[in-house]
Design a protein around this ligand. Structure first.
Ligand SMILES: Cc1ncc(COP(=O)(O)O)c(C=O)c1O
Length: 361
């Protein structure tokens, strides 16, 4: 069996060592004689796993004690709606910074539950740059400020945490969580769909300042209320036990990699290698994003002649480089360089790109 280099935007590569361990443990997890998927989430064994996963995540991100960690379901999309339900009361407004497709979606899904104020947008620039913090028109009475630190489709990333004063900062970290150290204390709430840097789809990790959990008492079913999830250790109903297990293995893998400082350095080196190859190709390949806004995780690029796209995709796949097709909204190519994509994969991609350019001229 040979594993390809997987550049998928999500669901994305999972570290081979994590998959191999899951494979070894699939039929008999932790001496139970059963798969982790076959055990009660209320049992001692699974509760131990859940607690360890949370402890490892807390260690990796140095999460302060006044923050709760939740392991939820529904994808990031469900939380686009659930966040305003939990953080905004009747008549409140919230500021949204829209710097790509997902920010747009977060704002539109929030609209039934909160007055959405688009406080900054780079839509007029086709999301090729970021609305700078100075340009944001924030309302100090807003219930919260929401932004998307890394836009997966457009390949733009904020490299600094914006200062929004006392208004809670809420961030969709789906495509860059755990890619480098993060100062959690700067945020009110962060959340991430798992299927890029954490594990399989179907799990959402949320880190929320505990005082915010008590903020809103609008009528809503318990299942939507984050305070209830926190009070029940994210087990108000049956959680995604398999996703939680794989997330836990991924956290252990990240610790074994040297933690997020080491992982962040590696991610930086990977992205730099690919951007250098694109910029140094004499226009054969192009990434149109403003240099300071370029994402370390998702690198969209085009070929100088789109008639070569099909050949590029076919030949790259034959060379063992998977999922380089760009998002349909942008066309061209996209390489996602999440944590589980090693430097060798990017080296392989870069040498393929050089070779392709030499052969196709
Ligand atoms: C930044 C970002 N936010 C939200 C989503 C949507 O996530 P989900 O499909 O888990 O709802 C994605 C999915 O790719 C994403 O990249």
């Amino acid at each position: 069996m040979s594993r390809v280099w997987n550049f998928s935007a999500g669901p994305a590569a999972i570290p081979s060592v994590v998959l191999e361990r899951a494979q070894r443990e699939l039929l008999d997890w932790n001496g139970s004689g059963a798969s982790v998927m076959e055990l009660s989430h209320r049992g001692k064994l699974f509760i131990g796993l859940a607690q360890q996963a949370e402890a490892d995540l807390r260690e990796l991100l140095s999460i302060p004690d006044d923050y709760a960690v939740l392991f939820l379901q529904g994808g990031a999309t469900q939380h686009f709606a659930q966040i305003p339900m939990n953080l905004a009361g009747e008549g409140d407004s919230a500021d949204y910074i829209v710097n790509g497709h997902w920010g747009e979606k977060a704002a539109s899904e929030a609209a039934p539950y909160v007055r959405v104020n688009i406080a900054g947008s780079s839509k007029a620039d086709q999301y090729l740059r970021l609305p700078s913090r100075e340009s944001w028109q924030l309302d100090p009475r807003a219930a919260y400020v929401h932004y998307t630190p890394n836009e997966t489709i457009h390949g733009v990333e904020y490299h600094e945490i914006p200062d929004v004063g006392d208004v809670p900062l809420v961030a969709d970290f789906s495509s860059n969580i755990l890619s480098e150290p993060l100062d959690i204390s700067r945020f009110g709430l962060i959340y991430a769909g798992a299927q890029k840097n954490i594990g399989p789809s179907g799990l959402v990790v949320m880190i929320v300042r505990r005082d915010l959990l008590q903020r809103v008492s609008r009528p809503m079913a318990k299942i939507f209320r984050y305070a209830e999830q926190a009070a029940n250790d994210s087990m108000l109903n049956t959680p995604n036990t398999w996703g939680w297990y794989l997330a836990g293995l991924t956290f252990q893998w990240l610790k074994a990699q040297g933690g997020l400082t080491a992982v962040g350095k590696r991610n930086h080196a990977k992205a730099e290698l690919l951007y250098q190859a694109i910029d140094g190709s004499g226009g054969y390949y192009r990434n149109p994003v403003e240099t300071s806004a370029r994402s370390r995780m998702n690198v969209p690029f085009t070929l100088h002649d789109s008639a070569l796209d099909a050949a590029f995709l076919k030949e790259s796949e034959t060379a063992g480089l998977l999922a380089l097709k760009g998002h349909k909204a942008l066309g061209g190519m996209r390489a996602s360089l999440y944590n589980a994509v090693p430097l060798e994969a990017v080296q392989g991609l870069v040498s393929f790109m050089k070779d392709f350019a030499a052969r196709h001229g």
